[in-house]
Design a protein around this ligand. Structure first.
Ligand code: HEC
Ligand code: HEC
Ligand code: HEC
Ligand code: HEC
Ligand code: HEC
Length: 261
């Protein structure tokens, strides 16, 4: 997915705030009528921020005001065989720029591999979590898929985000009324990267997944070069002008465009 989507792989460590996450799980064997079931119970994760290098100001990774915002609809978010619980437990992997799903040769069911390729899929939450809640409202709902754990083929084309009116337009339901990060994507640039980061495109194109939007984003990205048919579009870079029209206070600001009336 490369640097255009904020991937830092292979680049030097920067001064700044780093985070360590810790969680634990317990296995219980329950025997009933000559059958043993192993049940896994998992606690929510804890995290600790620390400074690296010359950093002295805390820059917390926080785009969701509280994990409990998710519990409004989920009893608690539990994934990967019950081994991860609550949003904080997802972030060490799912907030890393450019993280990809499994290659499709991992699919357990061979029939998928020829007909159902996953192109343009990342499991990073700026994309995947928005997309899977946009669900059936996506332009490409019937084709978007994530190759997941154990080679499973996951689609979310029947998900309906149950907030009315406007469905997934309710940004603050997840982000929280005190969070402002959803109103404008933050910079994900590394000091020594060689191409500009497309902070807006990765977020906005998650729910707005039409080719019209892609074209709109491209003409508003200075220096954008189309890598050609069949190429992975995220490899191409350029400086985004989105903030001029969609930034805070602008005529079509993110906040105004997603107001629920
Ligand atoms: C307004 C309701 C609502 C809120 C708030 C919400 N979700 Fe969901 N979520 C849903 C619905 C509906 C589905 C689809 C049905 C299902 O799989 O449970 C879903 C599905 C999911 C899935 C896919 C589950 C799977 O089995 O593949 C994940 C992961 C998820 N949500 C995580 C989160 C996280 C993390 C948050 C908080 C940042 C959150 N959700 C907030 C309604 C919500
Ligand atoms: C240790 C890293 C890690 C953690 C922690 C983690 N995930 Fe994942 N997750 C992945 C990877 C990697 C994939 C892509 C599929 C693969 O490679 O197995 C994935 C795939 C997914 C998928 C796609 C569907 C599927 O079934 O695979 C969903 C949904 C998901 N994760 C949700 C979550 C949620 C919610 C949490 C926190 C409660 C979480 N993950 C914690 C690494 C992680
Ligand atoms: C289902 C829950 C959910 C909903 C609804 C949701 N978001 Fe998000 N959003 C997330 C999560 C989770 C992240 C990534 C958090 C992380 O990486 O720590 C995120 C990240 C973002 C970011 C990146 C912030 C940054 O500075 O990098 C922006 C911008 C954003 N969302 C905008 C929106 C907008 C606009 C809407 C409404 C139209 C919206 N979100 C609705 C869950 C949600
Ligand atoms: C979680 C899903 C989600 C995310 C993320 C999201 N949007 Fe939206 N947006 C919607 C929905 C739903 C609507 C209302 C339905 C529609 O017009 O498609 C909407 C409407 C809009 C509109 C009004 C369009 C019209 O024709 O009235 C604009 C402009 C817009 N969004 C811009 C953005 C920008 C810029 C971003 C990135 C910062 C973004 N959106 C991120 C879901 C999202
Ligand atoms: C010169 C002003 C301008 C710039 C710069 C701009 N946009 Fe827009 N954008 C608009 C207008 C006008 C609309 C249509 C809004 C409406 O329908 O009310 C729009 C609509 C959108 C929508 C909603 C599309 C839909 O599905 O209805 C998204 C998402 C969006 N822009 C993202 C972006 C991104 C990402 C960038 C930067 C790469 C960007 N825009 C740069 C003016 C701009």
């Amino acid at each position: 997915m490369a640097q255009a989507w904020g991937e830092w792989a292979g680049l030097a460590y920067q001064n700044g705030t780093y985070t360590a996450y810790v969680w634990g799980a317990k296995y219980l064997d329950v025997g009933r009528q000559n059958e043993v079931q192993t049940i896994r119970g998992t606690g929510p994760a804890s995290k600790a921020d620390f400074f690296y290098g010359a950093a002295t100001t805390l820059a917390e990774h926080k785009f969701i005001s509280s994990d409990s915002n998710c519990d409004r609809c989920h009893d608690y978010v539990l994934m990967h065989g019950g081994g991860r619980r609550g949003l904080t437990a997802c972030l060490p992997c799912h907030s890393v720029g450019g993280t990809e799903d499994m290659p499709k040769y991992n699919l357990t069911n061979a029939q998928y591999s020829s007909s159902k390729a996953t192109t343009r899929t990342t499991v990073e939450f700026r994309q995947m979590l928005h997309k899977l809640h946009m669900g059936e409202e996506l332009t490409n709902a019937s084709t978007w898929a994530v190759i997941g754990y154990g080679g499973s083929y996951n689609q979310y084309s029947e998900v309906v985000f149950p907030t009315m009116p406007g469905l997934a337009k309710h940004c603050d339901v997840c982000h929280g009324s005190t969070d402002t990060s959803w109103k404008q994507p933050s910079s994900r640039a590394h000091a020594s990267q060689t191409v500009p980061t497309r902070n807006w495109f990765i977020v906005c194109s998650s729910c707005h997944d039409s080719t019209d939007l892609e074209a709109h984003a491209q003409i508003n990205t200075a220096g954008y070069a189309d890598a050609g048919a069949g190429a992975n579009y995220v490899e191409t870079a350029g400086t985004e002008a989105c903030g001029a029209c969609h930034g805070p206070g602008a005529e079509r600001s993110v906040e105004l465009m997603h107001k629920n009336r």
